[in-house]
Design a protein around this ligand. Sequence first.
Ligand code: HEM
Length: 473
Amino acid sequence: MTPFVPPRPAAHERKSSWRARARQFLNSGLSLFLRGSYDFIGVSRHPLPHLPGRPPRFAYMVREPEAIRQVLVSDSARYPKAGLMDSMLRALTGYSIFVSNGEAWRRQRAIIDLAFENARVREVFGLMRDASDALRDRLEALIPSGGEISVDVDIETMHFAGDVIFRTLYSQPMGERDARDIFASFERFQRIAYAHGFLSLVSFPTFLLPSNWRGRRDAAIIRRALNRPIAQRLAAIARGEKTPDSDILATLISGVDPVTNTRFDATELLDQVAMLFLAGHETSAAALGWALYLIANRPDVQARMRAEVDAALGDRAPEFSDMRRMPFVRDVFQETLRLYPPVAFLARDAASATELCGQAIAAHSQTIVPTWLMHRHGIYWKDADQFDPDRFADPATKSARACAFLPFSMGPRVCSGTAFALQEATLALAELVRRFEFSPTPGHTPEPVSRLTVRSANGIPLKVTRRRDRPAA
Ligand code: HEM
């Protein structure tokens, strides 16, 4: 089979005007990474645009495994989470775990970890499966008998991942009205939050922009929709009624921080739920969309996944224990996360002046770990731009996986939802290849851009048919 090399972001146009460059920068943070070699090792310094009269500021790109460990793991207290997106994100998620630092973060993380420990993730498997059944039914209903349809899989995976979070949070599906309100508002919100984050890098007063008001209005719509089931649950508990006890909301309500012996109050609950919705659906949806694009271009990979799923499941519904029995499906997802990491870079502030790899770092400068670049680094990865899921089973990539693969970050702020996301993706991909065949849309090449996550600016339209060799039941 001819190797498949999926698209990188479009090349930065060096000769374009500053307006065009600013537009490109605001449209996608990936444009940051397009200058120079992907294969640099060390810490590089990049001047940031600054307002007249203000002192020069710099961002530092950390592209050396030991220095990355220092920033994210061993010396992480010196590199708190950057406040880049703070002002807009706070409108949606309050001072939640995603933006907090210090003692506030520690307390929030202690309670949230209770909701995502392995036993809990196992308990929500059935709710995830309901969402994957609903996705299957939506696609089934769209495909005419014996025919094919063109589906923008990005939209479907967004709906699926939103539904997964909704069901596992609240033990109820995402209704039509919630889906409409949340997705439309979210699409606008994420563009604005991303653009404001970058404008704040140059100390631009974003509160003066009309988009500031629009972003806050969208955040309020999303919060209202997410608060309805929380308010209902709290009211039912207050009335002494029996309520679900194994979904994420139940753990967030009952979870106690062992150090302060405190629980989340109603506002904190909404903040954390909004954050989980944001952190959990946008990332998983983006990665699943790219995974479908990649396998659509490699029918042989699709066939191997299908054979593995058939051997593991036969005709029955998947169970939690089956997830371990589909290592190739999981490797396809890992390879997708390598090529299209939903979080393209991790931003930290240097709390004080320091040094990394011999490079002096000024206090309060941006320290950026560019996941995107590490994942495509030619020194660590053979044929780095090629889609090759087998590399994850190859002992030769062990060291690359250890030092240049961090889709979920690492250290104390590693993604709380890692096990949840891997379970969700393995289940969804297994169920999709079991029922359907995906092929590319001729002439369409997705254009990767990074806003809050790495998405395709022009969607991911794929042709979908029912599986030919074993018609769906
Ligand atoms: C493929 C899917 C996912 C990817 C690639 C991913 C990636 C990440 C990354 C890179 C971070 C660290 C961000 C930073 O430090 O700047 C993060 C944090 C986080 N993620 Fe995920 N994530 C995924 C899915 C999920 C899901 C499904 C949930 C929960 C439902 C979740 C919950 C969180 C939380 C709570 C944090 C903040 C942790 C902290 O700051 O202590 N993520 N995620």
